[in-house]
Design a protein around this ligand. Structure first.
Ligand code: PHE
Length: 518
């Protein structure tokens, strides 16, 4: 029987039978796989139950088939001898019954005393014989079995039969048995909703255990691969990853909290993307939910209740430090504009997130190391090395007694892990760090010094409004993910790395390195 076994065929066979059916009998020539597939479909709907049965089948060999049809060798010899009028000459036998039957058949027929040698000729000793072998084989042909194990093993030795293990199924009606399988819908479609067909449609349950189709295609983007390397370095050095899953920040978190004055050119429309709808956020509020402490020996519950992020107080501190100075700083001394602080921007650096994390750290001030690698946005004119968005790698370390020398030493270890062993530092300016350093690394491959990052010790004007202890120092640094990736993969134009101009072939040819779960 060619084709598949339809579930309906199984239902029909069951409906017609009084009890369970055996698939080997009901569908003898159907393959195991096809039978099982039809049964599983029905079983998943509880229309049937089934169990697997293994049994041994005895099947005739081609020689055995020949005997079942035409008789055994010995019977053929007997017939030939009996048919001769005056006996057969031994030499004539092969011509009449064939050489094989003549050889095997003559001896067996003589042992059975069906024929004898008489005066140099073969003569019949009886008129009728029973061809037992043929009968046995014919019986086996019908049932594919014989309870007499010795007989079967004898026939096997004579190469007239072989045995094989056959898996079959015993199938019985299930609780949802019906004579027909109703097609189950795999999708709820717009048509079904419009026509009302969904009311009566039978929906196929989801199979949450499905493994899905194996997927051997696809490749990691070079940026992802380099990101993975950086993450490993950070984790190795005991850094925690910061939650960077929000691109939109207020001017407060992106600039003000970092002691970036509101007139700073970075806040220009030429440099920063402002959100137009909605253009601004509401005033900061006190956090309604108490913060759980990070430390393992968390404080008693009442103490924890009091530990809330107080955004209002923080905001007031920031306004004050800008406007008239605080914490031994004279501030910028300009009228702070609240609405500027509430304007929504696409974050221009992930330092906005670091700031948020440091403010949170102040609840339970202790040494901490944070990092992030995520997207930032700058309203820049796009060229071969600049895009309006890129990925920033950022690290922040908070501890008591940190020094600038410590920052430089740390940079050497950090970049050393990336294979950059010669560093140079150049004084720089950031409104939120003092001192600030630009970091240059000697690139062996390119044979020149390249700028790889920006860093510095965060100013007290930024840290103290958060409530961090006066003697706690925090340093940080940032670099782009694109720069090292472009150098590593020898990409000249950043637009070939990010955006619609990326050549899939390029990504693929760099796909050789497969990363473990990121
Ligand atoms: N925010 C800086 C930048 O965007 C990087 C930086 C982070 C500098 C932390 C110092 C401290 O380049």
């Amino acid at each position: 029987m060619a084709g598949d076994l339809s579930p309906n065929q199984v239902l029909k066979a069951l409906a017609q039978s009084n009890g369970p059916i055996l698939t080997a009998e009901a569908f003898p020539s159907m393959s195991f796989v096809k039978v099982k597939s039809a049964l599983d479909t029905l079983k998943s709907r509880d229309m049937i139950i089934y169990s697997q049965i293994e049994r041994e089948e005895v099947v005739l060999s081609p020689e055995g088939e020949g005997i079942a049809e035409n008789g055994s060798h010995e019977a053929k010899v007997f017939e030939a001898v009996r048919a001769s009028i005056d006996g057969l000459k031994l030499d004539d036998l092969p011509d009449i019954v064939g050489p094989v039957s003549a050889g095997v058949g003559k001896n067996t027929a003589m042992k059975a005393r069906w024929i004898k040698m008489d005066g140099g000729r073969l003569k019949a000793s009886t008129d009728t014989i029973t061809d037992i072998t043929r009968e046995q084989l014919q019986a086996i042909q019908k049932t594919k079995s014989n309870p007499d194990a010795r007989l079967v093993s004898g026939l096997k030795k004579r190469k007239l039969v072989t045995t094989q293990r056959v898996i079959s199924f015993k199938v019985d009606k299930g609780t949802n048995f019906a004579t027909e399988l109703v097609k189950e819908e795999t999708d709820l479609t717009a048509d079904m909703i419009q026509s009302g067909a969904w009311k009566t449609a039978k929906l196929k349950p989801y199979n949450f255990k499905a493994m899905g189709a194996p997927n051997t295609s696809g490749a990691l983007h070079p940026l992802n691969k380099v990101r993975h390397e950086f993450r490993q370095i950070f984790f190795e050095m005991g850094f925690e990853e910061m939650p960077t899953n929000r691109y939109v920040e207020t001017g407060f978190w992106n600039f003000d909290a970092l002691f970036i004055p509101q007139q700073h050119p970075a806040r220009d429309i030429q440099d920063t993307f402002y959100i137009s709808d909605p253009p601004s956020a509401g005033r900061p509020r006190a956090d309604p939910s108490p913060q759980s402490s990070h430390s393992t020996n968390s404080p008693p519950e009442e103490a924890q209740q009091q530990k809330r992020l107080d955004y209002e107080a923080y905001w007031r501190n920031v306004v004050e430090v800008h406007q008239k100075g605080k914490y031994d700083s004279i501030g910028y001394r300009y009228p702070f504009n609240e609405s500027e602080s509430l304007r929504l921007v696409l974050r221009t650096h992930t330092t906005a997130v670091s700031t948020y994390m440091l403010h949170k750290l102040a609840l339970d001030a202790r040494p901490a190391r944070y990092f992030s690698i995520d997207r930032v946005f700058r309203n820049e004119s796009v060229d071969a090395t600049h895009l309006a968005e890129f990925h920033q790698i950022e690290g922040v370390t908070a501890d008591y007694g940190l020094t600038l020398g410590g920052l430089m030493g740390f940079m050497e270890v950090f970049f050393g892990k990336m294979g950059i062993h010669r560093l140079r530092f150049k004084p720089a300016y950031n409104p939120y760090t003092e001192p600030s350093l630009e970091i240059f690394g000697y690139h062996e491959g390119l044979g020149k010094w390249v700028e790889i990052g920006n860093s510095g010790m965060f100013r007290p004007e930024m840290l103290e409004p958060m409530g961090l202890p006066k003697d706690m120092r925090v340093y940080g640094w940032g670099l782009s993910l694109e720069r090292p990736t472009m150098i590593k993969y020898a990409v000249q134009n950043i637009r070939e790395l990010l955006g619609h101009k990326v050549d899939l072939g390029f990504v693929e040819s760099n796909a050789a390195v497969r990363l473990e779960k990121d």
